[in-house]
Design a protein around this ligand. Structure first.
Ligand SMILES: [Zn+2]
Length: 166
């Protein structure tokens, strides 16, 4: 970390503290050359989140990919982009809180279903039909039965829980 005053490359860390969001480290630094003191906010080197696909191969977790399938499922439905972002945030949080920072694509698909079940029933059935690759009408009927059961709301963050009165 270069000194912001004299550009000297060596600075000493006087103090480190995790910021409120837990994502950045606040460091108080002192230049070894001119003794200028300054504060930096540094992002920790995070282990990248990974997804294990059905065929066993891995790929990096991609927020945009989930956002795209959510957008397709919610097309022309009364679901706010903010809600979709919350779904993706929630899924990302779940993976980052896991020990290995890995989730299976199946687990992610189930979480998307859980969230959509609370947000919008049409979007839910649309996503399920693609995700579960429905091949006959009985599959739809089965999914509609699931829909009528209570979602597992305990698993969802508050911002994704919709009351039945809505
Ligand atoms: Zn300096």
């Amino acid at each position: 970390m270069k000194c912001r005053k004299c550009r000297h490359p060596d600075t000493k860390v006087l103090e480190s503290r995790e910021s409120k969001d837990g994502m950045t480290i606040r460091r108080r630094r002192e230049c070894q050359n001119c003794s200028e003191r300054f504060t930096t906010f540094e992002k920790e080197d995070e282990q990248p989140l990974q997804v294990v696909k059905k065929d066993g191969t891995r790929e990096f977790f991609d927020r945009n990919k989930i956002m795209r399938s959510l957008s397709v499922a919610c097309q022309k439905r009364d679901v706010h982009v903010r809600d979709l972002t919350s779904v993706v945030d929630w899924i990302e949080r779940n993976i980052s809180q896991s020990e290995e920072k890995v989730a299976t694509s199946t687990a992610i698909g189930e979480q998307v279903l859980e969230a959509l079940r609370s947000l919008d029933s049409v979007a839910y059935v649309r996503f399920a039909s693609v995700y579960r690759a429905f091949s006959d009408p009985e599959d739809f009927a089965e999914e509609l039965r699931r829909l009528s059961q209570n979602p597992n709301r305990n698993a969802l963050p508050d911002e994704l829980v919709r009351t039945t009165s809505r």
